[in-house]
Design a protein. Structure first.
Lengths: 213, 213
DNA sequence: GTCATCATGTAAGCCGTTACATGATTGC
DNA sequence: GCAATCATGTAACGGCTTACATGATGAC
């Protein structure tokens, strides 16, 4: 359930109510993301029943926003949005959710799950700061091998030039092949960076996320 | 229903039975396509009820394979697969479908439908040889404007560097932005070719190719 | 005073998948 | 005679969307 991944991943950084949560999820990437309320709210209810998230006192948002090290401006925007409201009342029974310890574990499990399609892989990358470098490397390499398989198929098809004389289909396939190659090149960069980070335990660019727990 | 588009588009070029049809659909592009039997067979039944396709005599396959101008080798492979079988019997009650006149009209309508997601757009490109140059141009430009909107959003998000310090999310977004730009560049080539073709009524029929490596 | 936005939720339904049932043909 | 492949279908279920219902707040 890729929506759980999105919810838990975003909630990991800040306590949020559904409406705001949806905006954050939509902004994760340009193409993929975007969930509707019709799936978000039931999913939140389900995760609450499973005790992966729980409703928190809105007041707790301010309390939590100060001590956290990461995502400062994200917390600040929640703060801003609350500032406008009178102390006693807010919109319609706004329900702010926070991730639980069990939710964190579930997020870790979801990130570890080797099955990933286009969409869930993107989400996993967005949240993979959570993972150990070794797990991250596995994630990237698993995806790379899937794409390598697709690329092999795409190239094989293109090597039979007679079979599809339609120039538009040809152009589509050429573009598709190039897009896969582009994705693989990106993954190769991520993999190389990860390998480099494994060599020297304290790399300059990506140490920030590792300190919580 | 994007599966209808795929079925009709492939059936336009050759009469086929379900099993073979599925293979052809899967081979259209490297990433998108691929339908399961569980959706293919019911869809074929539905299209047959709607008289967009009809079961044809397997013997008609050979008859039809000669006079058609396009997709010669595609027809030939059907011929090959039938050659192996004894005259009276084949696998289990194999049902060969052909497109009807009404089916062709439906295909044209589906190609014209302005709503397109990632998947259906790819299918439309694969089959857009069917369309008039002006309609093709509309198709490409409609898609281009959608991608331009996504790109604007993606760039705006990237222009707020403070908001998401996570390096993996950053990398994901950068890659996503680049992929959208790549798609737009491809569309621009298709559009330019189409415009050129509109100028001189008898073009050499070679739309944009990636020509990478 | 009404419109846009914020906010939460439910219900119906679409589109597709996996898993299962069935069976013929081919090659070993 | 057994496995792999070809071939067609059904059933159950899953996940997500649209459309709807409801209502508060702020801006103009």
């Amino acid at each position: 359930m890729s929506i759980d991944l999105a919810i838990l991943g975003v909630l990991r950084d800040a306590d949020l109510h559904g409406y705001e949560l949806r905006k954050r999820i939509s902004e994760l990437t340009g193409r993929a993301a975007a969930v509707s309320f019709g799936s978000l709210y039931p999913a939140l209810a389900r995760l609450e029943r499973a005790e992966a998230v729980k409703a928190v006192e809105p007041a707790a948002v301010e309390l939590r926003s100060i001590p956290l090290t990461g995502s400062l401006s994200g917390e600040a925007s929640v703060f801003r949005s609350r500032r406008r409201e009178p102390p006693g009342r807010s919109g319609r029974a706004r329900k702010v959710y926070g991730i639980t310890e069990h939710g964190r574990q579930l997020l870790a499990d979801l990130l570890d799950d080797p099955a990933d399609d286009e969409r869930s892989f993107a989400l996993k990358v967005a949240f993979c700061g959570e993972l150990s470098p070794a797990r991250r490397l596995e994630l990237f390499e698993r995806r790379r091998s899937v794409l390598a398989g697709l690329l092999a198929g795409a190239r094989a098809r293109r090597r039979r030039p007679d079979e599809h004389p339609d120039p538009y289909l040809r152009s589509l396939r050429d573009h598709d092949t190039a897009a896969i190659e582009h994705d693989i090149a990106w993954l190769d960069r991520l993999i190389a960076d990860e390998r480099a980070a494994l060599q020297q335990p304290h790399p300059p660019a990506t140490p920030a996320q590792e300190d919580h727990r």
